[in-house]
Design a protein around this ligand. Structure first.
Ligand SMILES: *Cc1c(COP(=O)(O)O)cnc(C)c1O
Length: 364
C-alpha cells in the first residue's frame, strides 16, 4: 500500500482507516450482491438497507427521540444556509436571530438576509472572531422564527461548549465541523445540519435532523427538491441520493458505535487530542500564539500563529516533509490550522506535537 500521511485537512478530511479498508475490499462487489456500491440502484433492497442502517446508527449515536427525522440531502451546508430561511423565515412576517461567530456564520447570515428580516444578536467581529458568546450575552427575541448558530467555526477554530439557550424559539445549528464529535442534548434543537465531509464521510451528502413540528411548518410552494417534508416522506429517496456518500456515512457511524463505543468515548478522545495541541501552544512561551480565546477553543480545528509569516510558511513546509500534511491556516486567519476530527488518530497529534517542539527549539 502507498504510505498514508497524517492528513490535517479541514475538509474533505481524513477518514477512519478501517472504513477505507472495508470500502476498498468491497468496492468491486458488495458481499452477496455481485456488483459495486457504485453500480447498484438506489431502489435496491441492498441500498434501502444501507440508508436505513445509516439513519439507525445516527439515531443510536445521538439517542434521537422519535419526533426527529434524519434526512440525507445534497447541496452541502451551503444550500442549508438558504433552505432554512426559505422554509421558516420567508413570508413569516417575523424575523430570525443569527449569532455571528466567524466565516461560516457570516455566510449563513448573508443567505438568510435574502429571504427576510434578520437580527444579528451577537457578532464576534470586535474580537476578530476569537471567541463565542458567553451564556447571557445573547438576547433572543422570543418572537423570532428561529435562532441560528454555528457550533464550530472551522476556519477560526472556535466552538460552543453548549448551544445558546433559546427557550421556546427553535434552535437551528450548522454543525458541519463537529457533528457526531460529542454527545449533545438533541431536544434543545429544532434543526441540525451538517455537510458530511468534515467528520462523518466524504463530500456529497448533507445530513439534516429536523423536528416534526418544524417539518409541518414547511410551505407547500417551495421547489420540490427544497421541501424537507418531501424528503422526509420519501425517506431521502425522492430522487437519486448520493449513494456512495451515504454508504460511507453508514460505515463511519458504525465505526463510531463499534470501534469507538459511542459519542462519550469519542468526545474523551477528541478532548485528549485537542489538549495535547493546546498544551504545546501554551508551553511555547509565546512562540506559538493560539487564535481562539481559552474558553472558546475548538476540539476540532486548532488555529495558531508563529512570530512571522516566513516562519509559518517554513513550518508548513517542514511539517509536510515530516508527513504532516494540510496544516496551512485559512487565508482569513493566517498561520496554522490543524484539523483533528474524529478520524485523526492520537498518533498523528503526538507526531505533530513532537514536530512543534523541535521546530520551536530550532527557531525560537
Ligand atoms: C465546510 C463548512 C460549511 C460549508 O459546507 P459545504 O458542504 O461546502 O457547503 C458550512 N459550515 C461549516 C461550519 C463548515 O465547516
Amino acid at each position: 500500500m502507498t504510505e498514508r500521511v497524517f492528513n490535517f485537512s479541514p475538509g474533505p478530511a481524513t477518514l477512519p482507516l478501517p472504513v477505507l479498508q472495508e470500502v476498498q475490499q468491497n468496492l468491486l462487489a458488495l458481499p452477496g450482491v455481485g456488483a459495486s456500491i457504485l453500480e447498484i440502484s438506489h431502489r435496491s433492497k441492498t441500498f434501502e438497507q444501507i440508508i436505513a442502517q445509516a439513519e439507525e446508527n445516527i439515531r443510536r449515536l445521538l439517542n434521537l427521540p422519535e419526533e426527529y427525522h434524519v434526512l440525507f440531502l445534497q447541496g452541502g451546508a451551503s444550500l442549508q444556509f438558504s433552505q432554512v430561511p426559505m422554509s421558516f423565515l420567508r413570508g413569516s412576517g417575523r424575523s430570525a436571530d443569527y449569532i455571528v461567530t466567524g466565516s461560516w456564520a457570516k455566510r449563513a447570515l448573508a443567505e438568510a438576509q435574502r429571504e427576510g428580516d434578520v437580527r444579528v444578536v451577537w457578532d464576534g467581529k470586535g474580537d476578530n472572531y476569537s471567541r463565542v458568546p458567553q451564556p447571557g450575552e445573547v438576547q433572543i427575541d422570543p418572537r423570532a422564527v428561529y435562532v441560528h448558530f454555528t457550533s464550530n467555526e472551522t476556519i477560526q477554530g472556535i466552538q460552543f461548549a453548549t448551544g445558546p439557550e433559546t427557550g421556546d424559539v427553535p434552535l437551528v445549528c450548522d454543525a458541519s465541523s463537529d457533528f457526531l464529535s460529542r454527545p449533545i442534548d438533541v431536544k434543545r434543537y429544532g434543526l441540525i445540519y451538517a455537510g458530511a465531509q468534515k467528520n462523518v464521510g466524504p463530500a456529497g451528502v448533507t445530513i439534516v435532523i429536523i423536528r416534526q413540528d418544524l417539518l409541518e411548518q414547511v410551505p407547500d410552494n417551495l421547489p420540490t427538491m427544497l421541501n424537507y417534508r418531501v424528503h422526509a416522506e420519501h425517506r431521502s429517496l425522492y430522487n437519486t441520493p448520493p449513494v456512495f456518500a451515504v454508504y460511507i456515512v453508514m460505515l463511519v457511524t458504525r465505526w463510531l458505535l463499534e470501534n469507538i463505543g459511542g459519542l462519550e468515548q469519542m468526545h474523551a478522545i477528541n478532548r485528549q487530542k485537542a489538549q495535547m495541541l493546546y498544551d504545546a501552544i501554551d508551553r511555547s512561551e509565546g512562540f506559538y500564539r493560539g487564535h481562539a480565546q481559552a474558553d472558546s477553543r475548538s476540539l476540532m480545528n486548532v488555529t495558531w500563529r508563529l512570530p512571522s509569516e516566513e516562519l509559518e510558511a517554513e513550518f508548513v513546509k517542514q511539517a509536510k516533509e515530516a508527513g504532516l500534511h494540510e496544516l496551512k491556516g485559512h487565508r482569513s486567519v493566517g498561520g496554522i490550522r490543524a484539523s483533528i476530527y474524529n478520524a485523526m488518530p492520537i498518533e498523528g497529534v503526538r507526531t505533530l506535537v513532537e514536530f512543534m517542539e523541535h521546530f520551536r527549539q530550532k527557531h525560537a
